[in-house]
Design a protein around this ligand. Structure first.
Ligand code: HEM
Length: 413
């Protein structure tokens, strides 16, 4: 059931004004209208490059529905109309379908096989000492100062370094790649005069791809560019860099910032974590992921007439998978709005998605978070935000973009 007074989930003010996803609204919908029709928002001024507006869609708030739809790529496609709330058509849609996350299932499988090895446990174990060393360096660079801006001085640096290393992006281009990735995620602040970050990123991607053709190495981008079985075209390579510049950085950075923010808000939980860091950290990271859901949603399109939870769905309807709402479903998570780092089933969260498109960087993200947070919690344990952090204005990401923090300076031994 939809009423004219219902808030529109595509209201760009909704998430920042709530300091995250609007859970009271999701709770109401999950209870009374779990497959909720959200019309396109005529007031929404689209800033997403190449998009013509925002989609209308069914919002899924129940864990089971989000999971079932995500698992069934034949019926609920990532390829047909893309995976984000913005509407893209014609040539622009064709270009976006070159993106790994939007490929036809057979192509997606083939590419996934080629790119998975560096994300598997054995390969990750090999880079773990380097991640630990970098995490220590990053925290050391601020630990003596007594204050810093946590998001960019601390949280951002490790994910940028890591995804650039994996991809084989040369050092002198890393900041630029990260800046373009940030600008792409920051859809709402863009003005019509802003440089289109997609064009900037594609230019860099082509430059790097050319270099990899001339001088191949063992990193992901080189493997992709030079793989003769896949024969990826330049747009597929561009889109590949775009996915990693966005997915590999902003999400991990935000989760680290949310972690510190939540520990400050829940001193009992922080005391528990500090009482035995190694015993609690894995579950604490999962609980922060569940509680915050930095990537709040992706979309799918129904490929045939069907139903979800008894609600009829027509071929061509868009579906909004609310990971944020699913992660607070009381059918799965007892007392879901309680933040509890000992929650027995925290790791069942859907913050990384589920099914054929589940996040391939999940293990890597957790490894980085663990390394970074260990340094922060053991070296500057009284870290706390100064004032309220600043939230990204977004209908997509639940992200803290600025969080000044203070702490007792570490004494140099
Ligand atoms: C806390 C950190 C992260 C979160 C919350 C997150 C979230 C997600 C989500 C929800 C999806 C599912 C997309 C869908 O179903 O359509 C996804 C996919 C993906 N993520 Fe992550 N991600 C994180 C970190 C990373 C990292 C570190 C990398 C790589 C370095 C990465 C690379 C990817 C890629 C390539 C996909 C596409 C998978 C596919 O379509 O098969 N992510 N991520």
């Amino acid at each position: 059931m939809t009423t004219a007074q219902e808030p529109n989930i595509l209201d760009a003010e909704l998430f920042p004004s709530e300091q995250g996803p609007p859970h009271h609204l999701f709770d109401r919908w999950r209870e009374n209208d779990p497959v909720h029709w959200n019309p396109s928002n005529p007031d929404y001024l689209t800033r997403m490059p190449e998009s013509s507006g925002v989609k209308s869609f069914w919002v899924l708030t129940r864990y089971k529905d989000v999971q079932d739809v995500s698992m069934n790529q034949d019926l609920f496609s990532s390829h047909e109309a893309g995976i984000v709330v913005w509407q893209v058509e014609g040539d622009a849609l064709e270009r976006q379908r070159a993106n790994f996350m939007m490929m036809k299932p057979a192509d997606h499988n083939a590419v996934k096989k080629v790119i998975m090895p560096p994300f598997m446990p054995k390969a990750l174990a090999a880079i773990a000492p380097e991640i630990d060393r970098l995490a220590a360096d990053i925290v050391k660079s601020v630990a003596g100062k007594g204050q810093c801006e946590f998001v960019f001085d601390v949280a951002s640096r490790l994910p940028i370094y890591t995804f650039c290393e994996l991809m084989g992006i040369p050092e002198h281009l890393r900041d630029q790649v990260a800046d373009y990735g940030n600008a792409l995620a920051d859809v709402e602040s863009r003005t019509e005069h802003s440089l289109n970050p997609m064009i900037g990123l594609f230019g860099l991607a082509q430059e790097i791809a050319e270099e990899k053709r001339r001088n191949p190495d063992d990193r992901l981008l080189s493997v992709m560019v030079n793989d003769t079985t896949l024969n990826l075209d330049p747009m597929q390579i561009n889109q590949f860099v775009l996915v990693f510049a966005m997915a590999g950085h902003e999400t991990t950075r935000s989760t680290a910032a949310h972690f510190i923010h939540l520990m400050h808000r829940h001193p009992d939980q922080y005391a528990l974590l500090r009482s035995d860091f190694d015993a609690h950290i894995e579950n604490a990271i999962d609980e922060v992921l569940r509680y915050t859901s930095t990537t709040t949603n992706f979309t799918r399109m129904a490929m045939a007439d069907t139903e979800i939870g008894g609600c009829p769905i027509r071929k061509g309807d868009n579906i909004y998978l609310s990971y944020a709402a699913a992660n607070r479903d009381p059918m799965v998570f007892e007392d879901p709005h309680r933040f509890d780092i000992t929650r027995a089933n925290a790791k069942r969260h859907l913050a990384f998605g589920v099914g054929p498109h589940v996040c391939i960087g999940a293990r890597l993200a957790k490894m980085q978070l663990r390394a970074l947070l260990k340094e922060v919690v053991t070296r500057i344990p009284d870290i706390h935000p100064v004032g309220e952090p600043e939230w990204l204005r977004s209908v997509w990401f639940n992200a803290i973009i600025r969080m000044p923090v203070e702490f007792t300076p570490e004494q140099v031994k």
